[in-house]
Design a binder for this molecule. Structure first.
Ligand code: URA
Length: 198
């Protein structure tokens, strides 16, 4: 079995409600040695249909945001706190988050990323194990132990937040810029292209 296959959960029945609502398990995507790991909440309808995280409207916002800081989707790894779509797009319960925790910790251990970027309240609170006021705390870097290992975690608003509230777009882009800078990838700077001035 290759390392990537090893990172893919192919069968799991720990959460009865999610087993009922999912049509498939949605595993993380992207290089297994990526410097940046983005962690969302859980698959929505589009992700459940396509089998890949962040492929709906939120995914378009994420892809655009990455491009704005000189990164492509293929440069980063993207995963979720839970790998099965919750019914009616509700938040995953504490129990469901715990059931999926081991898969996420294995993914984090294998990647050993420079920075973990949490997209929204659920992943921020899950990995920091405290309440998080995401809008206020977006762009904040924290040292945290995950599975006993020290990790750097950057809080970011969920991409969908920029769709409901345009003022969150700047917060979102600034956090991505900081993430790229910290990981030493992309442009990690002003967001201007290298062709500016030509
Ligand atoms: N929102 C998430 O948190 N994760 C996805 O994969 C898609 C939307």
């Amino acid at each position: 079995m290759s390392e990537m296959e090893d990172l893919c959960v192919t069968a799991c029945t720990r959460c009865p409600a999610l087993v009922d609502s999912r049509s498939r398990i949605v595993n993380g995507t992207g290089p297994e040695d990526a410097d940046l790991l983005f962690v969302g909440e859980g698959p929505g309808a589009n992700e459940d249909a396509e089998g890949e995280p962040f492929v709906g409207r939120s995914g378009t916002v994420l892809d655009d945001g990455l491009r704005d800081v000189g990164l492509a989707r293929a440069d980063v790894r993207i995963t979720n706190c839970v790998r099965c779509r919750p019914p009616e797009n509700r938040d995953p319960t504490g129990e469901e988050l715990e059931h999926c925790r081991g898969y996420l910790e294995t993914e984090i251990d294998r990647l050993d990323p420079e920075v973990i970027v949490t997209l929204g309240k659920v992943p921020s609170e899950h990995l920091l194990e405290r309440s998080v006021a995401v809008t206020n705390e977006a762009g904040t870097l924290e040292d945290v132990r995950i599975g006993g290992e020290p990790r750097r975690l950057l809080i970011c608003v969920h991409p969908a937040a920029t769709l409901y509230d345009r003022s969150q777009k700047e917060t979102f882009t600034a956090a991505l810029e900081r993430a790229a800078e910290l990981a030493g990838v992309g442009e990690g700077g002003s967001g201007q292209t290298r062709l500016d001035g030509f």
